[in-house]
Design a protein around this ligand. Sequence first.
Ligand SMILES: NC(=O)c1ccc[n+]([C@@H]2O[C@H](COP(=O)([O-])OP(=O)(O)OC[C@H]3O[C@@H](n4cnc5c(N)ncnc54)[C@H](O)[C@@H]3O)[C@@H](O)[C@H]2O)c1
Length: 274
Amino acid sequence: MPRLEGKVAVVTGGASGLGEATARLFCAEGAKVVIADVADDLGEPLAGELGDCVLYQHCDVSLEADVEAAVAKAVSAFGGLDVMFNNAGIGGDGASILDLPTEDFDRTLAINLRGVFLGIKHAGRAMKPRGRGSIINTASVAAHVAGHTPYAYAASKAGVLQLTRAAAMELGELGIRVNSISPGMFFTRIYWGVIPEQHREAARQFFADGSERTNPLHRMGEPSEIALTALWLASDDSSYVNAEDIVVDGGSARGVRRSNSLMGLLDRGESPLE
Ligand SMILES: NC(=O)c1ccc[n+]([C@@H]2O[C@H](COP(=O)([O-])OP(=O)(O)OC[C@H]3O[C@@H](n4cnc5c(N)ncnc54)[C@H](O)[C@@H]3O)[C@@H](O)[C@H]2O)c1
């Protein structure tokens, strides 16, 4: 039996990347899905391709009226809301903290953190009368490990983690679970969208090589692997999981893989101490 049969979901940032993979999987698993995004050029054809299980709604998650309208669309078109995937996000400016424009900091926080707050608020309101629901927020390994992403991005994602836990303490009492997913490295539009087309393949190879060298699983992630995690959190299979963050990164944020450590050198007889 499909794991989301009869459920209704909103997926923000669902027109591309991790959200798109999740919208596709939710649909395949029986859900009705509202894709809420600003990328109408991607979201509208995607909804056309997926057919009756999907509606596309233009929604800027930094704007309260847009988020409220996306939730209202799910309720009016599909009869309620069971799953809210607050996933939309931007990378922001990677400048030195000495030069970072304050407007960029504010804009990144408005989309990545306020957007999640608004999603929790309006989904929570829609779910409360039915006494059930699953809210899933996209955080990042940038919330766990410092230094490899823009400042505002890292701060926004750390905020998502604690906002998730705090909301879970209140909404859990109403039967609504709130969890987050922290993806590692996935070469989606958030990366390649800021790279000139002629350099995209080289950039993909750069990140693939880096993951090959440092990730315990020797590779980047596939968007379908986030979709499968979101499916589990959305479904009743995770019915006792609340206030949790699931890091989906092949283990790279948890430490240094053995082959890159001193023990790895010893394993290979290459100790610098000999
Ligand atoms: N790709 C990675 O390696 C990675 C790692 C950690 C976390 N994440 C997070 O995953 C989420 C999805 O990113 P992705 O990798 O799929 O990138 P993506 O760029 O492919 O998808 C992001 C989507 O969000 C949408 N979006 C941007 N601003 C919006 C706004 N104001 N309102 C509504 N929609 C908006 C974009 O149009 C796009 O469809 C983001 O929150 C991102 O921070 C990604």
